[in-house]
Design a protein around this ligand. Structure first.
Ligand code: ADP
Ligand code: MG
Length: 257
């Protein structure tokens, strides 16, 4: 029996949509797997827009939302139980949604189709992170675009917050807003920005990231666009690809690898 309580290193990417959160989260999983072949690593796709599974070459059959629906359906079938009891049962079901890959595990939150339903899955997701945190050394969370999951304290236990932006004003503003809210609601140890998909390094001086340290600047990476078209996963990406080098620089600066 392993009763040892471990504190997982929990990384999360956040930022506006389309800035490269999923790509960078996937590359970070790849780098962690390479750096720590004997550690327990978990990738969580927490974005209802999904994508991390494809980027990591994972085939998902069951999601956290599927489990939530089963639990709710059972409760509505008449065996109504206290929420805490349901969650206790969900504990074993959550393990059903885990996909074991070579060097890491994967779990997806899924894509709740009912409008207005995502807040429920967010509180469920927070519990799932809490339940799984003790079983892993490293957890990488690919978050939903925007501020919602930070606001709802889903990311409360995140230790390393990576704020991703492109060179757009909107991108840097979203990142600064997230940082302000995270300062109140996330118990992070370290925070940093990654400036991604830059047309050239000259844009650096126009990017206002306030007091957020920039961990790396990544140029627009043609190889990534090509991979995306072919639907290939990041494990095929070359170590010299700008996004791989940039992610490595960021993880190194945070003291993770
Ligand atoms: N450095 C980069 N160079 C070129 N394309 C990139 C780069 N980073 C991400 N992309 C591409 O941008 C698109 C959005 O990236 P994605 O990781 O899905 O962003 P998000 O998860 O933030 O919405 C994808 O087509 C991805 O391949
Ligand atoms: Mg994404």
């Amino acid at each position: 029996m392993n009763s040892e309580k471990r504190d997982a290193t929990i990384l999360a990417v956040a930022g506006k949509g389309g800035v490269g959160k999923t790509s960078l989260a996937a590359v970070m999983v790849k780098l962690l797997v390479a750096a720590y072949p004997h550690k327990r690593i978990l990738a969580i796709d927490a974005d209802p827009a999904v994508g991390l599974s494809t980027a990591l070459g994972v085939n998902v059959t069951k999601t956290v939302d599927d489990i939530r629906k089963e639990v709710v359906a059972n409760a509505e079938d008449g065996n109504a139980k206290a929420a805490i009891e349901l969650l206790g049962e969900a504990r074993t079901q959550i393990l059903d949604a885990l996909v074991e890959m070579d060097g890491f595990s994967f779990i997806a939150v899924g894509r709740p189709e009912a409008a207005g339903c995502y807040c429920k899955i967010n509180s469920y997701l927070k519990e799932v992170i809490g339940i799984l945190a003790g079983n892993y050394d490293y957890i990488v969370i690919d978050g939903e675009a925007g501020i919602e999951q930070i606001n709802r304290r889903v990311m409360e236990k995140v230790t390393h917050l990576l704020l991703i932006t492109d060179s757009s004003r909107k991108g840097t503003q979203v990142v600064q807003t997230i940082k302000k809210v995270a300062d109140e609601l996330v118990m992070y140890e370290k925070v940093g920005a990654i400036a991604n998909r830059l047309p050239d390094l000259g844009v650096k001086e126009y990017m206002d990231l306030g007091d957020i340290p920039v961990l790396s600047y990544i140029l627009s990476d043609a190889s990534l666009a090509e991979f995306d078209l072919k639907g290939e996963n990041v494990f095929y990406l070359n170590d010299e690809a700008p996004i791989v080098k940039g992610a490595k620089e960021a993880l190194t600066k945070m003291g993770i690898i």
